[in-house]
Design a binder for this molecule. Structure first.
Ligand code: UDP
Ligand code: MG
Length: 332
């Protein structure tokens, strides 16, 4: 273990042991949490020279998740629980966890053990080498179904084309972030939060390590196809205005086509005289351009809706209660 790590994170106080927070959003995870703790504790205990804390965010679970977590928090001072007032969704839960975490570095970690906890020592090692972001990249998604894999690939390609930020392919939320990065994220004011995009947008000195994603240890995925579609829309609209601007060019193209068509009709009428036009071509054109216009309006609507949501300046979530930890931080 190099001393540069503790020097960097503790200033001149070399003796101070760095603290790493594991932020775990939980929505109805009572089945998997005992497994989760049993698997993580020995791994975290085996990392020399680093203290760990768990920051569980209970995202409005309706099962026994909260009592289970609260009991853990009573027994173990390294466990803190942030109980949100309802289900706000994973992105908000993660934001809550990042705001409440006190570590010198933070690792968002899913409760379902799909990401291998044995990678955590490696992440902290790279962090001590001086990297501010250590991304855990899935090299193999065979635990996801064919459809989820293919749609995910298509999304990353499209996102890369449409936006300026480089979303690291196949990287989830599982990564280590230095305190500086977490502070930067906490300072981002938007309420439409596509965390992966915000992570990438923040920048900082970044490296990655590869791993294989496992199937869920227990319980079911909380993300349906429709939820993922909306998630993808959020990802694109949060970082690109291209879908809005494209309609200017579509309009130009259509107008130019219409002028050409008008000229063609005029010429044909001069040469062949007036014929009785069919209604089919008219009907097709009306439907086509009606459809195009609605798509354009819909796209604008996606953005206007988001402007509306942002303009309300509502908090991202409400905390009902906190469990564990000695001095709870100020509510935000
Ligand atoms: N999660 C959450 N709030 C939600 C949905 C999910 O906090 O509204 C948590 C969930 O408990 C898990 C993590 O987010 O710890 C990832 O969820 P899941 O495994 O269902 O997603 P997938 O891996 O299928 O994308
Ligand atoms: Mg999962």
């Amino acid at each position: 273990m190099s001393e540069t790590g503790s020097l960097r994170h503790g200033g001149t106080d070399v003796a101070r042991t760095p603290l790493v927070s594991l932020v775990v959003p939980c929505f109805n995870e009572e089945e998997v949490l005992p497994l989760f703790l049993a698997e993580l504790r020995p791994i975290l205990g085996s990392v020399p020279g680093i203290r760990f804390e768990f920051v569980f965010v209970n995202d409005g679970s309706t099962d026994g998740t909260l009592p289970l977590l609260a009991a853990e928090a009573r027994l173990d001072p390294a466990v803190r629980v942030i109980d949100l007032s309802r289900n706000f969704g994973k992105e908000a839960a993660l934001s809550a966890g990042l705001a409440e975490a006190r570590g010198d570095a933070v690792i968002p970690f899913d409760a379902d053990l799909q990401d291998p906890p044995d990678l955590i020592p490696l992440l902290t090692e790279r962090w001590r080498e001086g990297f501010e972001v250590v991304i855990a990249r899935r090299v193999d998604r065979s635990s996801d179904g064919f459809l989820k894999r293919e749609t995910a690939n298509a999304f990353y390609r499209l996102h890369g084309r449409l936006t300026d930020i480089d979303l690291p392919e196949n990287a989830g939320d599982f990564r280590l972030m230095d305190r500086r990065v977490v502070d930067a994220l906490n300072a981002m004011p938007e309420s439409c939060r596509f965390m992966k995009g915000l992570f990438a947008w923040a920048g900082f000195r970044t490296t990655s390590v590869d791993y294989t994603r496992r199937p869920r240890a227990a319980g079911r995925s909380k993300f349906s196809g429709w939820k993922l579609w909306n998630f993808a829309l959020e990802g694109i609209t949060s970082f690109s205005t291209l879908p809005l601007r494209i309609w200017t060019y579509a309009g130009f193209l259509v107008a130019a086509g219409a002028l050409l068509y008008a000229a063609a009709i005029a010429v044909r009428t001069l040469i062949l005289g007036v014929d009785v036009p069919g209604y089919a071509s008219l009907a097709v054109l009306i439907l086509l351009f009606g459809g195009l216009q609605m798509m354009g309006m819909g796209m604008i609507g996606e953005y206007v809706g988001r402007i509306y949501m942002e303009s309300k300046r509502r908090p991202l979530y409400f905390v009902r209660a906190r469990y564990g930890g000695d001095q709870p931080p100020e509510p935000r």
